[in-house]
Design a protein around this ligand. Structure first.
Ligand code: GLN
Length: 189
């Protein structure tokens, strides 16, 4: 049956993550829409989208507490872009959502309109080969502390962080044909 890897499917780039997972061997991709779906997952992806909207929908669908409990109990979680924002202990100018990762993020850090770009990054912690990265109104990480480990930077800005079973990337590997980061996350699960 393989590992059950969930993708939070309330808003954002859900289909792209499910499709990337489906291209990997030994993975059963699971769209997660209810608290019940959160049970029996080996790992969960929080997709890009709008962090405030995803956070609001999690509360409306009564998933906020169950999600907090699952993360606290050690379920591996990977947040991409908005998902990275959701996992940060500190967000510039607003309260945090799921404060599990020792990092401070700034939303729309590259600007709102012109803030989308591509970069090819060497991320030895995630892939042996360079990774094609797509940034869309991305956050960057202003600082990390404690247990958080920096995996990648662009122009001196931190864009990928790992802390134990938690992974956060400011970019969107699900929008490229390269499954290396999905594969690395599945290996963590
Ligand atoms: N700008 C979005 C936010 O602040 C994140 C963008 C994305 O996920 N592509 O939540």
């Amino acid at each position: 049956m393989g590992k059950r890897i969930g993708v939070l499917a309330l808003q954002g780039s859900v289909e792209e993550h499910l499709a990337a997972l489906a291209r990997l061997d030994g993975v059963a991709p699971v769209p997660v829409r209810t608290a019940r779906d959160l049970k029996r997952l080996d790992g969960l992806i929080l997709p890009g989208g709008e962090s405030t909207t995803i956070s609001l929908l999690l509360r409306i669908f009564e998933m906020a507490e169950p999600l907090t409990r699952r993360i606290a109990s050690g379920m591996p979680v990977w947040g991409t872009c908005a998902g990275m924002i959701l996992l940060a202990k500190e967000i510039d100018g607003e309260p945090p959502h799921y404060p599990f990762m020792d990092m401070r993020v700034r939303r729309n850090a590259y600007g709102r309109q012109l803030g989308s770009f591509h970069a090819t990054l060497s991320i030895p912690g995630l892939s042996a080969d360079p990774v094609a990265c797509v940034f869309i109104r991305a956050p960057w990480v202003e600082k990390v502390w404690g247990e958080a480990e920096i995996l990648a930077e662009v122009d001196g800005r931190i864009v990928a962080v790992r802390q134990g079973a938690l992974l956060a990337t400011a970019f969107h590997p699900e929008l490229t044909a390269d499954e290396a980061v999905h594969s690395a996350f599945v290996a963590m699960c």
